[in-house]
Design a protein around this ligand. Sequence first.
Ligand SMILES: [Zn+2]
Ligand SMILES: [Zn+2]
Ligand SMILES: [Zn+2]
Ligand SMILES: [Zn+2]
Length: 488
Amino acid sequence: MRLKGPGISGRGGYEPLCLGCTEPVSSEQKCSSCQWPLCGRQCENNLHSKYECDIFTKNLVKELKDPFQYELLRILRCLLTRERDPPMFEELMKLETASEHRILLESQSKAVETALIFINQNCKLLEYDIELIDRMCGVVELHSQVTGMYRTTMGIYSFTSKLMYACAANTRLVEVKGSNKFDSKFRIIVVKPINKGEHLTFNLMETLVPGYIRTRFLKEYYYECDCELCADPTEKGTYFSAIKCASCNQFSKEPGDKPKVIENGYLISDTVQDLSSNWKCMNCDNFADGESILRLLDQIDDEYQLFRRQLPSKSLDENLCQLTSKIRMYHDNFHPNHFFNWRLNYLYMTLLVDYVHSLKYPDTWESLRHVFDQIEEIIHPLISTLLTLKPGATLAKGKILYDAVRALWCFIQWAVIFGNAQSFDKHQDAKYFYALAAETIGILQFEITATDQKLISQIYYMKNNKTNIFERLKHHSVIAERKEIPST
Ligand SMILES: [Zn+2]
Ligand SMILES: [Zn+2]
Ligand SMILES: [Zn+2]
Ligand SMILES: [Zn+2]
């Protein structure tokens, strides 16, 4: 069951959204009865008329021209389900509202106060008391999911809202198109085997991120996660957030001596839920306070985001060169598995795959082989860390496999050209290529975002076009011949 309404404007500030279908509309498009934004007559006969239109009309409730009006509208719809859709009301009443946490926040009490004025005074609906209004404020705040073509729809999905939260979840939620272009539903995809009686779990964070970032994010939902990942300071033995201890890992003063490296000399936080707690060394008595560590990590993260934004403006060589120096810097400061290292290696790998795809003609098979070896060397640890932290057919796995498929596709073609195989299908890795492509499609096929659709169509292209490089090569040999004429 789901209850929907207009959500947030795509442009940041106030933007009129149709109260019927939630599509952005112009400021002239209004409901002929209540004068709130509505795209046309076709939308007068749906959720808008079922819920608020008569109330707005009768009590002359005016459009507020503030993005917050849509939140108020969705709170109003939740309340109105009591009389207008009792089964939905029953479902909403079962949802977590975190009232005991929200009451402590000034911003939240203000929001409830505003909702109270809107419902009791503007809409003159005195039958809803503060307790129920507060409850629905919590429901709307905690359970609204952005959906739809324009990302301006917000819906409360009663079933998915009841799933348990876990950072390494056993399902993933995938938005699928409903009966019309404005309608969407959530499909729950199981990503790993689930035993009978085991809870279905989902997560809200798209990427693989270290505990402190997850904790911060979940605090916005008043949630303290104690899943198997959050409960384990070593993050399942991956040390995904571990920082090198400066006291343990010291360089020897004697010239020519190897640096003194202590294997367990890493600082980790033993309670990931408490962001200010000390990070302690696993090997010595050294420790650092959580807040200063997080400041440092935030700074490094900002630098990385800046670097990412600047990627398109620089040449591939420049980017690879800068990445290599960053990797070296990270290597001196973090555990080899650290999220920052993982993320950099992932980026490095995708750039190498792009590079291989952009090649017109490599100098030698050996030089090409060297790049493929590098790609392979990175992909394996990337996948194995990923699977330790997030086992199963997750989206992240699908994206890494996609790059592996792209690399393999090129590798086999060049191998044929350099005489290591007769044809694509006869190459020893061809079977592996097809298996990997099938697995990647298997994972990505449930996603409906434009990017994922593009990835899938590219894999189909690769499967069906095994002569792409041969074509390029034909072109190349023509150029080579032309060049050779003046020199002979
Ligand atoms: Zn509409
Ligand atoms: Zn109306
Ligand atoms: Zn967790
Ligand atoms: Zn130490």
